[in-house]
Design a protein around this ligand. Structure first.
Ligand code: GI1
Length: 434
């Protein structure tokens, strides 16, 4: 029997644009993802978050599913586009429902849905946006701070910066390496300013969530890509410095003012870690480089061999274990939360109205065991959040990729519990695995 520490925070995670819908309801203003998804060719089959899982209206039913799971915590994001509108009252209703169900709310302030009006003013390429974010953070705390247990400033600044501004595969759809590094810096500045604002308002627990991945393969390219993906955020946020190799690299692309490190380096109470899969690289003089990793000419990003998920991502629980152990040794003193781990597989509803997602159960089982192995090696891991509670809008893939413990029939909005839902319910009840 594998038993987790007493009080281990078993959770599930979602994000506003991916599940809420009600895109134009109660005063919600457009975000960059409304603009992006309504731009032909950006999202598969023209899917948008206009309706999504209709969670804005069905939140009580979804919290009942969380209660049935026995979730200790629920990670969701607050839509900045609803801030300052009548629709912001949705979060009062959601929080009251969660607390009534005995579920600890973990709120992300920014999960990629920047108000389009700020994008029109430069977005993350404009330093001013960082200050607007801190004002939003303080205002959200004023409204909801009495009920949110942990505030997460940003979800995955690497994706916002390098997928949104490097390749342009995500909103706002900019394809410019210099813009990517500038956005990355301003996002970290936004984090630091928001932490200061949250602390000043009285916030007890503050965090940030990073997507982190071990970089496997040839040593030299792996070191560079580790710098561009992992250390470019970990070091400023947790050490107050840009790593020298990363600084030299990013200076090839941008002369953005970088002397904000004291602001960026705010003490946080927990580091959120989103882990799905490692990256694999090798030296290849012919390789053109990767637009989401600017300056990687001569480095090939290799497809994983072995089993993959429906996203084509390698299945490698051992890398979760090694990542958590590395973080605890190289960045000691910051407790960790796995804020996302999960997998998309081709789910089908069988005649008995079930979804026998054995692949997902196997994936989650292996990664929960890896998390436990990391704790056994000293990692201060406080919790594990499955991505995701519900099937939902998977960004540029639209609704074609299903990550949920609960299947969503988007035609009827019916929720169907997958086998992984029942498996996870039993893990939480046992606080571990057989
Ligand atoms: C490489 O995976 C990234 O870390 C990552 C994967 N995911 C994420 N980040 C985002 O935080 C979610 O909004 C996605 O829905 C989810 C599934 O794609």
């Amino acid at each position: 029997m594998i038993i987790f520490p007493e009080g281990f925070l078993w959770g599930a995670a979602t994000a506003a644009y991916q599940i809420e819908g009600a895109a134009r309801e109660d005063g919600r203003v457009p975000s960059i993802w409304d603009t992006f998804s309504h731009t032909p060719g950006k999202v598969r089959d023209g899917h948008t978050g206009d309706v999504a899982c209709d969670h804005y209206h069905r939140y009580a039913e979804d919290v009942a599913l969380m209660r049935e799971l026995g979730l200790r915590a629920y990670r969701f994001s607050i839509a900045w586009p609803r801030f300052g509108t009548p629709g912001f009252g949705f979060y009062d209703r959601l929080l009251d429902e969660l607390l009534e169900a005995g579920i600890t709310p973990v709120a992300t302030l920014y999960h990629w849905d920047l108000p389009q009006s700020l994008q029109d003013g430069g977005g993350w390429l404009d330093r001013d946006t960082a200050y607007r974010f801190a004002e939003y953070a303080a205002g959200a705390y004023e409204r909801l701070g009495d009920r949110v247990a942990t505030w997460t400033t940003l979800n995955e600044p690497w994706v916002s910066a390098f997928v949104g501004h490097g390749s342009g595969r995500h909103a706002p759809g900019v394809g410019d390496p210099a813009a990517a590094f500038t956005a990355a810096h301003h996002l970290m500045l936004a984090h630091g300013l928001a932490v200061q604002a949250l602390r000043a308002a009285g916030a007890g627990s503050v965090s940030i969530t990073l997507n982190l991945a071990p970089i496997l393969g040839d040593e030299e390219p792996a070191r560079l890509v580790d710098g561009l993906c992992n250390r470019i955020f970990l070091d400023p946020l947790l050490r107050g410095v840009y790593p020298e190799d990363v600084l030299a690299h990013l200076r090839r692309f941008t002369d953005v003012k970088l002397d904000d490190l004291e602001t960026i380096h705010q003490p946080i109470d927990v580091l959120g870690v989103n882990y799905y899969s490692p990256k694999h690289v090798r030296t290849d003089p012919e390789a053109p480089g990767h637009p989401e990793h600017p300056g990687t000419e001569g480095i090939a990003f290799v497809d994983p061999d072995g089993p993959v998920t429906a996203m084509g991502w390698g299945i490698n629980p051992e890398c979760l274990e090694s990542l958590l152990v590395r973080l605890s040794r190289e960045y000691p003193g910051t407790p960790l939360l796995i804020t996302e781990n999960g997998a998309a597989f081709e789910d089908t509803v069988t005649g008995d109205d079930r979804v026998h997602d054995t692949d997902r159960v196997a994936f989650l089982d292996a990664h929960v065991r890896a998390a436990h192995a990391a704790i056994a090696q000293g990692a201060d891991l406080r919790g594990y959040f499955v991505w995701s509670l519900l099937d939902n809008f998977e960004w540029a893939h639209g609704y074609h990729k299903r990550f949920g413990l609960v299947y969503v029939d988007y035609e009827t909005q019916r929720r169907i519990r997958k086998d992984s839902f029942h498996w996870y319910r039993d893990v939480i009840a046992a606080n571990g695995l057989r």
